[in-house]
Every structure is written in structure tokens, then in C-alpha cells.
Design a protein around this ligand. Structure first.
Ligand SMILES: O=C(O)/C=C/C(=O)CC(=O)CC(=O)O
Ligand SMILES: [Ca+2]
Ligand SMILES: [Mg+2]
Length: 372
């Protein structure tokens, strides 16, 4: 397992920076100071942001050091905290299978993909302040719900609480200019697993014409441990063949590819219900970052952008219950009975393994009823 970076406590006091290897954690705050390393002031905690801002040369130096240092704290003895301070949060929509499935379920009769889909990575701005660390309970949100046949909306707890299995990319080095495809790894520090919890009834009623809002803003969970981008070098792969030419700022035919060969795993109440393949994503994270900045929007340390739900072509490769149950029509077998959408008390775990053997930090969450 490659090392992963996070923020942790073992008792009282502010979070320290830790490096996890399998089931042990190295106290990097302590080790860097004890060894008088030049980056020690960047790893004092309580978040990874100062280290993330320092750039690839410092990241490489730290990686080399931690490869020689023994992690001595048992993982079970640490309390993980949100590893980085989230600046802005953006969510893309880059799985062709997912986008076409949601199009069929939400907009039957129309084209599954909108006309812009193959020309740009579609995304929306999410809510940075409600990004939570793995292990945080998710309270069932309330809101306006209206099924197509209902005469009027009603207010109450969502009846269609869902997950979205995604991969998130964490920006380290800020940018004041557009980031070309080839500069992706000069800015992105690492990778997390991300669950974009979604209330489908709230979403389906509110989203026209400005997109997801309260149906997704109540919570987004990220793994406590960030895998450095460099650890995934051996998992890079070509994205699927493009069906048409791309504008130059998105055209990656001449550059080393930033597709990543990762297999995700969605576990619901102890049962693996899906294994979404990340290599099927049409838009790569490098294209997403190039698009995110092409209009002159600046980047900050802690900016988080997510891939969009990862869904493969097969029935057991879908990254949301909306797709697995096909809009609530089919039941999914789990360790606590059959489900279409999430019930109170349900627990979701997302995991991922890369072809080079590297595992991403897992992200877990349990549903709590409103008011409990
Ligand atoms: O197609 C829609 O109207 C909405 C789809 C989503 O819920 C998408 C979303 O959050 C982006 C993604 O995860 O792919
Ligand atoms: Ca999403
Ligand atoms: Mg969300």
C-alpha cells in the first residue's frame, strides 16, 4: 500500500499530520521536527493545506523521507479529521454511462446525453462547507419533494436518499492562469474517494434550470486519507476513444494520458453491490482542471473537484442506487435486507484499488434520521 496523508488526533489538542501505511500511522508533525527537516513548518497541522501548497518538489522530498520512517501508531488508536480545508468544491459529470442512465431516468423520451456533453466536461459548483470526513453520520435531509404526478410539492424527509461513488482531486498549488493539460500534476496534490450524497426527490423537483442545489448540498463525504497523485503514476491509462474532435485546450491526444485504472467498490450494509470502473470515465481529471480554469477563474489551495458518479456499462458497475434500482423499480439485496434507496441506519463504504496495487482511503457514512 502506498502512503496516504491525513490529519489526526490521539487525545486532546489540535490535529497533527499523519502518514498512513496499511494499519499504522506515522506522526509526521513529530518526525519532521525531530529530524529537523526543512519542510517541518509545513506539517504542523491542523490540515494538509500548507504542505499541499508547497508543490511537487517538496511533496517528493516528504515521500522519500516517510518511506524510511517507521509508522508506530495503530490506525485504530487515531481519530481522523477532515484532512484539508476545502476552498471551493466542484462536481463534474464525466461518466458517459452515468450521464446517459440519469438522462433516461430523469428525462425519458429525450436524448440521454445533452448536446454539449461530448464537447466539455459538465459540472456544477457544490457546497464546500458541508464536505465532511469519512465516518461522519449523514442526517437525512428534508425539503420539497414532488413526483411528476403529484399535484403540488410536499415538505418532509427525503424518500429517495442516494449515494454517488466518485473520485475527488485535491488542489495543492494555486493558479492565476488557466492550467494546461500538461500542468495537471504541478497543481494537484492527491486523490480521495468521495460520496456525493443525493436526495433524488428533492433534486428532481428543484434542478430545472440551474442544476443540483439542496438535493446535494447537505453533505459530501471524503476519505480521511489522501493518496498522493504520484502514487498513481503506474495506474495511468488512456481514456475511452473520443467520438469527435475536441477544442485544443481539451485535446489530450498528444499528451501522456490522465485516465486512471481504478476499480471502485460500493458496499451497502456489508454487501458489495457494485464495482464501478474508473477507467471508463470519458473526461480525465486533467481535462476537468483545464476546463475549470480556462475562463480565467483562479485556483486556491484546498479546491476540491470530483469526477462525477463513476458508472461502468454493466449492471453491477453502477455508482448510484438511482441506477442500480433503475429509478426505484428494482430492489437491491444488502446485508440488512432489500433496498431501492437508503433507509435510516444504513451504512455505505466506498473503496478503490488501482491496477498498480495502490488502494485509496475508504469513505464511510451512516444515515441518521432527522432529529435523532
Ligand atoms: O442528470 C442530471 O440531471 C443530474 C445528475 C446528477 O445527479 C449528477 C451529478 O451529481 C454529477 C455526477 O455525479 O455525475
Ligand atoms: Ca455527483
Ligand atoms: Mg454532495
Amino acid at each position: 500500500m502506498a502512503e496516504q496523508y491525513g490529519a489526526f488526533t490521539t487525545g486532546t489538542g489540535p490535529p497533527r499530520i499523519g502518514v498512513r501505511t496499511d494499519d499504522h500511522v506515522l506522526d509526521l508533525t513529530e518526525a519532521a521536527h525531530a529530524q529537523r527537516r526543512p519542510y517541518a513548518h509545513l506539517v504542523e497541522g491542523p490540515t494538509l493545506n500548507p504542505l499541499m501548497a508547497a508543490g511537487p518538489e517538496v511533496w517528493a522530498q516528504v515521500r522519500e523521507d516517510v518511506g524510511r520512517w517507521e509508522p508506530t501508531i495503530a490506525l485504530s488508536d487515531v481519530t481522523p479529521h477532515l484532512p484539508f480545508e476545502v476552498a471551493d468544491y466542484v462536481d463534474f459529470y464525466s461518466s458517459e454511462n452515468h450521464a446517459a442512465n440519469v438522462g433516461r431516468i430523469f428525462r425519458p423520451g429525450g436524448d440521454p446525453l445533452p448536446p454539449n456533453w461530448k464537447h466539455l466536461p459538465i459540472g456544477y459548483h457544490g457546497r464546500a462547507g458541508t464536505v465532511v470526513v469519512s465516518g461522519t453520520d449523514v442526517v437525512r435531509p428534508r425539503g420539497q419533494r414532488k413526483a411528476p404526478d403529484d399535484p403540488a410539492p410536499t415538505f418532509g424527509p427525503t424518500r429517495r436518499l442516494d449515494i454517488e461513488a466518485e473520485v475527488g482531486f485535491v488542489v495543492g498549488v494555486p493558479a492565476t492562469r488557466p492550467v494546461p493539460l500538461g500542468d495537471f500534476d504541478r497543481h494537484v496534490f492527491g486523490v480521495v474517494l468521495l460520496n456525493d450524497w443525493s436526495a433524488r426527490d428533492i433534486q428532481a423537483w428543484e434542478y430545472v434550470p440551474l442544476g443540483p442545489f439542496l438535493g446535494k448540498s447537505f453533505a459530501t463525504s471524503v476519505s480521511a486519507w489522501v493518496t498522493p497523485l504520484a502514487a498513481l503514476d503506474g495506474a495511468r491509462t488512456r481514456p475511452p476513444a473520443r467520438t469527435g474532435p475536441l477544442l485544443p485546450y481539451l485535446d489530450d491526444t498528444g499528451t501522456p494520458p490522465w485516465g486512471l485504472d481504478l476499480t471502485l467498490e460500493v458496499e451497502l450494509n456489508g454487501t458489495v453491490v457494485s464495482r464501478p470502473p474508473f477507467a471508463t470515465m470519458y473526461w480525465t481529471p486533467a481535462q476537468q482542471l483545464a476546463h475549470l480554469t480556462v475562463n480565467g477563474a483562479t485556483l486556491r489551495t484546498g479546491d476540491l473537484f470530483a469526477s462525477g458518479t463513476v458508472s461502468g456499462p454493466a449492471k453491477d458497475e453502477l455508482g448510484s442506487l438511482l441506477e442500480l434500482s433503475w429509478g426505484g423499480r428494482d430492489e437491491i439485496a444488502t446485508g440488512a435486507g432489500k433496498r431501492t434507496f437508503l433507509e435510516d441506519g444504513d451504512e455505505v463504504v466506498l473503496r478503490a484499488t488501482a491496477t498498480n496495487g495502490v488502494r485509496l482511503g475508504e469513505v464511510t457514512g451512516r444515515i441518521r434520521p432527522h432529529g435523532a
